[in-house]
Design a protein around this ligand. Structure first.
Ligand code: ADP
Length: 510
């Protein structure tokens, strides 16, 4: 790890960053993509006030964005409702063509879109570019799926009746998204919604509205009709009142949310009053299990990819590492070597950076607290362990971890890799399933029977077998237990935005 630090995190004073990391960085994105007003009914509109968007790496202000309130949210919902009348009746092929055009524009502007992500959310440019391609892939995928949302004709029990099951759009969808994937979390929902014939109001995270507004600019250029895609950015202070409109307005039929389990529960309660459809992609606490038969090099590569992407700030991030006794020492040695060789802290726009800052200092405080708790209960810090100035956090490897430690009981959302040693498959599964959430899980073994047994037994929605990176538009994304409701991506993602209507055609003389 490259950062030069002078003091341990256990001392109170934070180590300084190397001088090179404190220089000023310029966002430098071409003008049409740097939008700061809300996008409502196909027009760019200002709110009464603005809120600042900061570079989490430096604290520098990047832009001032319209701070929408309930009035703008209501206007957006009404615009979406009006636009839905014709959008839902357009042919699937017409919607498909527009989604495809939007995808093409994202690809054309991928470098600018990636810079926006890096500057507002902190992730390294290479990862931001990866996110743009991943994000665009949902528009491409759902432009194709739009034309294949078949209903059913079901054999009827009566000779004079026919049974048809029609797929119809649910209506206006409120889309509430987090900061860790400022672009992809929007398209994963919006691609499916628009393909189904729904219209949307997007409320991006307060930290990362610029990527959402750039998507609106490209939607406009693509010819997506006014009111079909609306974006209402707002500050943390305005979020509850905007959320109230988006989750309670009678014109809204559906809420799709990605974020913390705590906020998801708040939104579920709001949705209950008017019985709205909901999709919830909530927190995870992924186990990463390495069995004795594993290819250790592959397991180490999987651990690096799964843990340190976006500095550990993904909901499918491995959070608890369970390593069987027979390979424990070899795994730890190789993992430590890989961390030294591959991880570089810095501003996301520097080409060598692999570890950007955490989104804010609260996020870094949480990781530091988990490390102190683990150390006080007997864990050993093998790598890192220190918080740096700003919200940078050293990638940290903890050994001698036990299940009573905070880091094995709650999501870290940071570059903390705690390792628990285990002896039997039953023991590993008991630890892995002892969580009240279940999004992703990872298993490394060469034993085919064990692969099948463990995959079936893991209480999660996504399993990576000998793989650390899994997400793709073609497959489902979603969890069990308190990790959420519903699935995104894949052929199932579109169903979250459809109702099935049963039509009985009677009185036939046959
Ligand atoms: P974090 O704690 O990392 O900010 P959240 O789950 O709170 O994660 O945030 C995810 C998204 O949910 C953000 O867009 C945030 O603004 C939004 N959000 C948080 N609280 C509410 C609320 N009461 N109503 C609507 N949206 C909310």
């Amino acid at each position: 790890m490259a950062a030069v630090c002078t003091r341990s995190f256990l001392g109170r004073v934070l180590p300084p960053l190397p001088a090179a990391m404190l220089r000023r960085y310029s966002l430098d994105v071409s003008a049409p993509l740097l939008r700061t007003q809300a996008y409502v009914g196909g027009r760019w509109v200002s709110a009464a006030s603005v809120f600042p968007v900061l570079d989490p790496a430096t604290g520098q202000e990047l832009a001032r964005v319209s701070d929408c309130g309930p009035a703008e949210a209501k206007q957006a919902v009404e615009a979406a409702h009006r636009a839905g009348r014709s959008w839902s009746r357009d042919t699937a092929k017409e919607r498909s063509v527009l989604l495809r055009r939007w995808f093409d524009l994202m690809i054309q502007h991928k470098d600018d879109l990636a810079r926006l992500i890096t500057f507002e959310c902190g992730k390294p440019l290479r990862e931001s570019l990866g996110e743009v391609l991943y994000s665009a892939s949902f528009l491409e995928w759902f432009s194709e799926e739009a034309r294949r949302t078949y209903g059913d004709i079901v054999p009827s029990p009566a000779k004079d009746r026919k049974i048809f099951l029609l797929k119809q759009p649910v209506g206006v969808a409120s889309i509430i998204t987090p900061w860790n994937f400022p672009s992809a979390m929007i398209t994963r929902k919006v691609g499916a919604a628009l393909a189904a014939g729904c219209t949307v109001v997007v409320k991006p995270a307060e930290d990362t509205p610029l990527s959402a507004l750039a998507l609106a600019e490209l939607a406009q250029q693509a010819g997506i009709p006014p009111g079909v895609f609306n974006v209402v950015p707002c500050s943390r202070e305005k979020t509850p009142s905007v959320g109230q409109v988006l989750c309670c307005d009678p014109l809204v039929a559906k809420i799709s949310f990605t974020g913390s389990t705590a906020t998801g529960k708040v939104l579920l309660k709001l949705a209950a009053d008017t019985v709205k459809r909901v999709s919830m992609e909530l927190g995870g606490h992924a186990p990463f299990i390495v069995f004795d038969s594993a290819d250790v090099d592959r397991a180490v590569a999987g651990a690096m990819a799964s843990k340190f992407r976006n500095s550990g700030q993904t909901c499918v991030c491995s959070n608890r590492f369970l390593v069987q006794s027979g390979v424990y020492d070899r795994f730890m040695e190789k993992l430590g070597g890989a961390m030294d060789a591959e991880l570089r802290i810095g501003h996301g726009s520097e080409p060598q950076t692999t570890q950007g800052p955490l989104i804010n200092s609260r996020a870094a405080d949480k990781v530091v607290h988990q490390i102190s708790d683990a150390v006080s209960r007997g864990a050993t810090v093998l790598k890192g362990g220190r918080r740096l100035e700003g919200s940078y956090m050293e990638p940290t490897l903890l050994a001698d971890v036990t299940t009573d430690m905070l880091c094995t009981r709650e999501e870290s959302f940071g570059p903390l890799l705690p390792v628990i040693r285990f002896n039997t498959e039953e023991e590993a599964l008991a630890i892995a399933n002892s969580s009240n959430v279940g999004l992703a899980g990872y298993v490394f073994t060469q034993d085919v029977s064990q692969i099948w047994r463990v995959t079936e037994a893991l209480e999660v929605g996504i399993v990576g077998v000998n793989e650390g990176l899994l997400s793709t538009a073609e497959a489902t994304f979603g969890g069990v237990k308190q990790s959420g409701l519903g699935r995104e991506g894949s052929k199932y993602g579109i169903e979250e935005y459809q109702e099935v209507k049963y039509m009985c055609l009677g009185g036939l003389q046959v």
